[in-house]
Structure formats: C-alpha cells, structure tokens
Design a protein around this ligand. Structure first.
Ligand code: NAP
Ligand code: MG
Length: 487
C-alpha cells in the first residue's frame, strides 16, 4: 500500500454523532492479520455505554429530529451517505484491507457494496406501501408499516463494511434508530461510517456504535430491555444466545449463521465456467464468507475429468497481503488460523486426502495468519469436514451417482444458506434448484455474498429472516392494521 493506515488512538464510542470515551476506561488492540501486529486500538465499550447508546436512539425516535423526518427525507440522507462513501472510497478500502487483511481489490469491492446498500435503501425508503383490504360493508381497512423502534445490530468481522450497509441501511430506511456492536476483530470501517453518516446530516441518535467485546458490549446490547429488534450475523453458538435473549425480551430477531453451501456439478455442465466459479467461491475472502461454496458435489462419471480441470486453476491461487492484491489474504486472527488447522488435522485423521493446494506468496510476512488454500477428497459425507463450517479456504469434494443422491447430499448438513447447480439440462437444473433447502440458489453461476437487490438468508442452522432486497425492509417494519368503521 502506498500510504498505510497509521496507528490511531482509540476513538471511543460513537453516540449522538460524537465520540465519547468508553465508561470502561479500557481499550483493545487491533491486529493487522497480514502482519500479525497491532496497528490501532479501539475502546472496549461496556454495558454503561450500551445504556447510553440505547437511550440516545430512543430519544432520537421519540423527541429528536430523526423520528420527525418523512420517508423521502430519510431516503435522501441514506443517498447522501452513499455519495460520501464514494468520495472516501479509497481511504475506506485501505482501512478495511488493513483491518481484515483482505486484498485491496476485495476491499474496494466491499466499499462499492456498502455505498450501493445506502443507495438502494435510500431509493426504497419512500416506496414501502401498505394495502387496502376489502372487509365488511361500512369499514375501511388499511395496513401501514411503522418503525420497530430501536434496532440492535451485531455484526461480524468478515465483511465489516458490507455488513454495516446490509443491516443498518434498511433499518434506517424504515425509520428505526440503530445501535451497532461491530466485531472486536475488525470494526474500524463501521466506526468511520458512523462518523461519515453524521457528516451526511443524519440527526443525532439515529446511528450509534459501541465497539467492544461480544460477551460484554454484545451481550449487554442483545439483552437490553430498551431495544425492539436484533439483527445478528455470526456463529450458530452466539446466534443461540442472541435468540434466547430476544425471547426473554419478547422481541424479534434475524439470524444469519453461515453455511456449508454446495455447488452441484452434473456431467453435462460447462466445465470451464464451473471450475472457475468453484475455485473462486471458496477462495473469496479466504473462505470467510457465510455463503462460501465450501462443498463441490460432482457426478461420479465426470469426477476425474472435472477435477483435472479444477486442479490447475486451484494450484494457481496465491495468498498475500492487501497490497500484494492476490487471490486471497490471511484469515482474521491467530485463533481462527489454529482453529482451522486443528480441524484439517482431524479431517486428515478421518481419511480426507489433499487433492490440490494453492500457495502463500513468497514475501508474505511470516507473522501473518495465512492458511494454504486446499481441496480435499475422500471426504466421508458424515465427517466434520463435510458437515461443519471451516470458515477458511478449504473445499470438500464429494461424488454422487444420481440426481436424487445429489439433492440428498446437498441437504445432508444442518445448514441451508446457498447452493449452486451446474447443468445444461434446464429442466433438471430447475428440479434440483427447487429441492435444495436453502434461501438462495444459483443455476450455472455462483455469487458468494453478492447482490444487494437479492433477498438472502438461511434455513435450519443457517438462521432465519431475510436480508437484502425489499424483504429486508419488511423485517425492519412493524405492520399495523387500521380498521375504521364509517357507517
Ligand atoms: P461470533 O463470536 O459469533 O461473532 C459475531 C459477533 O457477535 C461479533 O460482533 C461478536 O463480538 C459478537 N458476540 C460474541 N459473543 C457474543 C455474545 N455473548 N453476545 C452478543 N454478541 C456476541 O463469531 P466469531 O467467534 O467471530 O467466529 C466464529 C465462527 O463463526 C467462524 O469460524 C464462523 O464459522 C462463524 N462466523 C460466521 C459469520 C457469517 O457471516 N455467518 C461471520 C463470522 C463468523 P466480538 O467478536 O467482538 O467478541
Ligand atoms: Mg483486525
């Protein structure tokens, strides 16, 4: 990078459009994953900070300027923030790359996406209509969407910028006031986006960010009596805690908990397109993508031929620092690297064999959290590697004999987020696409994480609720039915 992000002091918690020191008085070091060295610090927000943030959000809704805005005025603010993000795109991309370790081209794409989220939901803010419902004579019945109130947003470290756009933009478009707890591992861009939102003219209290530890700031926020909804993306284990806390408060939540997404390749597939996509879908963001294509299911009669095409493409894959800008970066932390490596040791002990590996570029810092991109075969369908999320650049290849077996294998994990079907037999592709139990299915393509306009979310252990597209707006709205007797 030409001008790396310098060490910066902890800025505190962002409440009412201003920085405040955390009541905890503590800070947390931010580690650059590509070097394994600290490069910044953040405030360790605590329950007191969360109380203040929730109170600020409530006040913004009930007394402040935010709650008084018309839908089109909220939309304009979102659109203004999108343009401000564009103006600061390169600096934001550098910050995101340093914080997460991802290649600059991925970080730049993430900043384009966060701008697109604010643009899309800015345009949508004044287009969410209710209905008029025929009822008894002498009655007029209307439905209308109102804000839920104060919405809590607990976001992960894999796509801090994108996740901010994905969850906060639709909540704001619907008129909610927000409190965000970004991930301790990578949260500098969400903090900067809140600052830019203030510059764009968002009234105080509409967007509040409390960085800090999950078990401290995150737990305080998700169990807070003053919130009306929680949007969570992260691990199934924490998702269970979030849903339990939401149940205690009798509020709703959306959970996006990752997946073990299959790409199903039939003998008649376009191999060139499919092999390119299969390699890209597991390597993107070093495999740390909820919708990573982490399983490839291949029709047995073309198993050898397909893998012979895939292998050379995979062997060209290179991991490096953000500024090397190769195919992938490191994983997020030393802890994630050792978790992945332990999982791969168990997979090998259970009989999985390495089929192909990419490389770590010479010159990548020794202290960086790099993991070799790897494809495994001889993966038993019930083994951990076949069923559990690695959250690293690791692909499990498995054969199938029939269409029925392909569907059964695709549906055989506890997850159900995304699937891909590769076949030039249109009717078969549609049959299989209808039978996979997932929230999003691609035919002759695969877009891990893409598509602001496309409703997205899980079934089973992948979670519930829908994000992206217009569906997200309905998740963040409270539907009221108004029944008026006029005779
Ligand atoms: P995680 O613990 O679920 O973290 C997600 C978010 O929840 C972070 O902001 C985290 O804060 C917060 N959090 C943690 N404990 C909490 C609690 N008790 N109450 C409220 N919030 C809490 O995920 P992780 O440990 O970072 O990653 C572990 C695994 O989760 C990964 O290996 C991967 O399989 C999965 N994951 C999935 C996604 C996805 O996109 N679906 C994203 C990330 C991770 P802190 O990080 O600051 O503690
Ligand atoms: Mg970091």
């Amino acid at each position: 990078m030409n001008s790396p992000v310098k060490s910066q002091p902890a800025q505190g918690v962002f409440i009412n459009n201003r920085w405040h020191p955390s009541r905890s008085g503590r800070t947390l070091a931010m580690i650059a994953p590509a070097e394994g060295e600290p490069f910044a610090a953040i405030a360790a927000g605590n329950a007191e900070d969360v109380d203040l943030a929730v109170a600020a959000a409530r006040k913004a809704l009930e007394e402040g300027a935010w709650g008084k805005l018309a839908a089109f005025e909220r939309g304009r603010l979102l659109t203004r923030l999108a343009r401000l993000i564009d103006d600061h795109a390169e600096a934001l991309a550098r910050l995101e790359a340093r914080d997460t370790g991802k290649p600059m081209k991925q970080a730049r794409a993430d900043i384009v996406a966060v701008s697109r989220y604010f643009e899309y939901y800015g345009g949508a803010a004044d287009k969410v209509h209710g209905d008029t419902i025929p009822f008894l004579n002498g009655y007029l019945v209307n439905t209308l969407y109102e804000p839920l109130g104060v919405t809590a947003h607990i976001i992960p470290w894999n796509y801090p910028a994108q996740m901010f756009g994905r969850t906060v933009a639709p909540a704001l478009a619907m008129g909610n006031a927000t409190v965000i707890k970004p991930a301790e591992e990578a949260c500098l861009v969400p903090l900067r986006l809140a600052e830019l939102a203030a510059e764009a003219g968002f009234p105080e209290g509409a967007i509040n960010v409390v960085p800090g530890l999950g078990e401290e700031a995150g737990a305080a926020l998700s169990s807070h009596r003053g919130i009306d909804f929680v949007s969570f993306t992260g691990s199934p284990e924490v998702g269970t805690l979030i849903q339990t806390a939401a149940a205690r408060n009798h509020i709703g939540c959306t959970l996006e908990l990752g997946g073990k997404s299959p790409q199903i390749v039939f003998a008649d597939a376009d191999f060139d397109a499919a092999t390119t996509s299969v390699a890209a879908a597991i390597v993107q963001n070093a495999g740390q993508t909820c919708s990573a294509g982490s399983r490839v299911l291949i029709e047995r009669k073309v198993w050898d031929r397909f893998l012979a095409d895939l292998k050379p493409k995979f062997e060209k894959i290179r991991a490096g620092t953000p500024e090397m800008d190769l195919d992938l970066g490191p994983v997020i932390s030393a802890g994630q690297k050792s978790r992945i490596e332990a999982m791969l040791k168990r997979a090998e002990a259970a009989g999985a064999k390495v089929l192909a590996t990419g490389a770590i570029a010479p010159g990548a810092p020794a202290g960086g959290f790099f993991v070799h991109p790897t494809i495994y075969h001889h993966v038993a369908p019930t083994s951990e590697l076949a069923c559990e999320e690695v959250f690293g650049p690791v692909l499990a290849a498995m054969p199938f004999d029939s269409e029925e077996e392909a569907v059964a294998l695709a549906n055989s994990t506890d997850y159900g987020l995304v699937a891909g079907v590769w076949s030039t037999d249109g009717a078969r592709a549609i049959r299989v696409a209808r039978k996979v139990r997932v929230g999003q299915v691609f035919v002759n393509g695969y877009g891990a994480g893409g598509g602001i306009e496309l409703p997205f979310g899980g079934m089973k252990k992948s979670g519930h609720g829908r994000e992206k597209g217009f569906e997200a707006l309905y998740e963040f709205g409270a539907l009221k039915t108004m029944i008026v007797r006029h005779n």
